[in-house]
Design a protein around this ligand. Structure first.
Ligand code: 3SL
Length: 234
């Protein structure tokens, strides 16, 4: 099969893509998919993404950890939010986490409706993810979670890093893939420096969580590729 790679630059565009036979990689670098990858790598039994804050409450008596983030902040009354530092081995090993975030979990739900398979991508698992995508006889859609249905730089940069890694193994690249790869070429020497231009990085700086941004830009800290099985990322 001659394989195709496409980049969907915001969740608002997902209906334009034919994904029934594709692996969809959901990308929310700051911070949902980075934290999910880190959490599963650290032994979380599962992470259950839910769309609404109230949906977490259905799991109130389950013994699961309940995590909710809106606009970058932990929602009052929940165990934690979306910081990767809440997903360490000490905190999540052997536990199931129910998670809702502003953009990341929404993108996951959109992908889940039609995709052949949904997996999680982050700089933290870049090489493992790319090796997996090379090994599968499937087209790939890289779905950027963006910010409230708008384009963002950090997810697009990561999509570009994946395209660059897969260039020899895929035959067809859409224009968004080419643009993402070109952006990555521009920024890769110092991703943190480039992302000072990004709106979400400013948003997180106002919340004093610069260390989260630096953490999420580390390459290949994790081997895990979280996969959506039913409602659970494992
Ligand atoms: O929108 C999301 O899914 C989040 O990752 C946003 S934040 O980084 O927690 O602000």
């Amino acid at each position: 099969m001659s394989k195709k790679i496409e980049v969907c630059l915001t969740p608002a565009l997902i209906d334009l893509y034919d994904i029934e036979q594709s692996i969809v990689v959901v990308i929310d670098i700051l911070r949902a998919t980075s934290s999910i990858t880190y959490g599963i790598d650290n032994g979380a039994e599962a992470i259950i993404p839910v769309a609404q804050v109230e949906d977490c409450l259905n799991y109130r008596d389950s013994g699961f950890l309940l995590a909710a983030e809106r606009n970058g902040e932990v929602v009052a009354g929940y165990d934690f939010g979306n910081s990767p530092f809440s997903y360490t081995h000490e905190k999540v090993n052997g536990k199931t986490v129910v998670l809702t975030t502003t953009n990341g979990t929404k993108a996951l739900h959109l992908a889940q409706k039609r995709a052949y398979q949904v997996v999680i991508g982050a700089f933290l698992n870049l090489d493992s993810l790319c090796d997996y995508l090379k090994s599968q006889d499937k087209n790939v859609l890289l779905l950027c979670a963006g910010w409230k249905d708008q384009f963002n730089l950090e997810d697009t940069l990561f999509a570009g890093a994946v395209v660059n890694n897969l260039r020899q193994n895929f035959e067809h690249f859409d224009d968004s893939s080419v643009a993402a790869e070109d952006l990555y070429a521009l920024a890769k020497a110092d991703l943190r420096k480039y992302l000072h231009k990004s709106s979400h990085s400013h948003r997180l700086a106002q919340l004093n969580i610069e260390e989260d941004v630096v953490f999420c830009l580390q390459l290949n800290l994790c081997k895990t590729i979280p996969v959506l099985e039913g409602e659970r990322l494992v």
